[in-house]
Design a protein around this ligand. Structure first.
Ligand SMILES: [Zn+2]
Length: 256
C-alpha cells in the first residue's frame, strides 16, 4: 500500500479522524508530513482542507495536492509556516463535512457514469466533483437517444436500492476477465501505466451497477446519497453532453 496516500487504506472514506504526525519538510507550496490521511486533489475529486493543531493554535491548510518529482509522490498541505518547523509534531484535522460531501458526490458520480453506460453505452470522458454541484461529461454513440429524465430515474433507483460499496485490490487478470468491468480498453491503459509485473489496482464496486478502478473516497452504501438531481445538460459537441448534478443529501450526510 502507498505509504503517503493513506486515505486509500480507509473505506468508507467518510468521517476521517484527527491524526498525529510530524512535519517532514516545507516546499514553496506548503508542508509535507511524515504520513498523511488527507485526500490529495485527483481523479476529479477536490483535495481535503483542514488545520494542523499545535499548542492550541490552529494552522489552516488549503486544498491538499499531490506533486510528483522524479517518480516520487509528495502530498502538499498548503499553508503559511509561521510558527511551524520541521520535525514538529502536529495533530491534523480534516474538514469532515467537506470530505463527507465529496465522498457522497463521488459515489453518486460512479452511479451516473455506470447508469449512462448501462442504458446507452455512454463513456465518461471527464468529471469534476464539487461540494454543492458536480459535473460529468458523457460521450454517446448516438446522442439523440439520451434522455435526462430516464437517467435521473435510473440513478435514483440505484441510490434507493442502498447497494453496498466495496473496495478490492485486484491484479490485471482478475480485472480484465470480470465481465462487470466496463470500458476495458481504458482500464487496460491504467494498468499499463502503472507498470511492474502484476500491478494491483484499487477497484471500487457498487454492487449491481458499477466496478471500476478509483482512488477516491466513497460512502459504505448508496442509500445515504439521498437523491441525485441532474440540473443542467450542456451540449459539448462530438456526441458529448456535460451533465451538472446535485446530491440532495450532501449537506447533511455527516448527521447520519
Ligand atoms: Zn470513485
Amino acid at each position: 500500500m502507498d505509504e503517503v496516500r493513506r486515505h486509500l487504506e480507509f473505506h468508507p472514506g467518510i468521517d476521517p479522524e484527527p491524526f498525529q504526525t510530524h512535519i517532514q519538510k516545507f516546499t514553496e507550496s506548503g508542508a509535507i508530513l511524515r504520513d498523511t490521511w488527507c485526500y490529495p486533489r485527483g481523479g476529479g475529486q477536490p483535495g481535503d482542507t483542514g488545520y494542523f493543531e499545535l499548542n492550541a493554535t490552529k494552522y489552516h491548510f488549503d486544498e491538499v495536492t499531490a506533486s510528483v518529482t522524479g517518480g516520487e509522490t509528495s502530498i502538499i498541505h498548503p499553508l503559511e509556516n509561521d510558527g511551524l518547523g520541521i520535525g514538529m509534531e502536529v495533530k491534523v484535522h480534516i474538514d469532515v463535512n467537506r470530505r463527507n460531501s465529496l465522498a457522497s458526490m463521488h459515489s453518486a458520480a460512479h452511479i451516473v457514469s455506470a447508469a449512462a453506460n448501462e442504458r446507452w453505452g455512454a463513456i465518461t470522458v471527464g468529471n469534476q466533483l464539487g461540494v454543492d454541484s458536480s459535473r460529468i461529461d458523457l460521450k454517446f454513440e448516438d446522442r439523440d437517444l439520451f434522455n435526462v429524465e430516464t437517467l435521473e430515474e435510473d440513478v435514483n433507483f440505484w441510490v434507493d436500492n442502498n447497494s453496498r460499496i466495496k473496495i478490492h485490490e485486484w491484479g490485471r487478470d482478475k480485472i480484465l476477465t470480470d465481465e462487470r468491468v466496463r470500458n476495458k480498453r481504458f482500464v487496460s491503459r491504467i494498468i499499463d501505466r502503472l507498470g511492474g509485473e502484476n500491478p494491483m489496482l484499487r477497484m471500487v464496486e457498487i454492487e449491481g451497477i458499477d466496478l471500476c478502478p478509483c482512488a477516491g473516497t466513497h460512502l459504505a452504501s448508496t442509500g445515504p446519497i439521498g437523491g441525485v438531481s441532474i440540473d443542467r445538460v450542456q451540449n459539448k459537441g462530438k456526441g458529448t453532453f456535460r451533465l451538472h448534478f446535485r446530491n440532495e443529501k450532501s449537506e447533511e450526510i455527516d448527521n447520519l
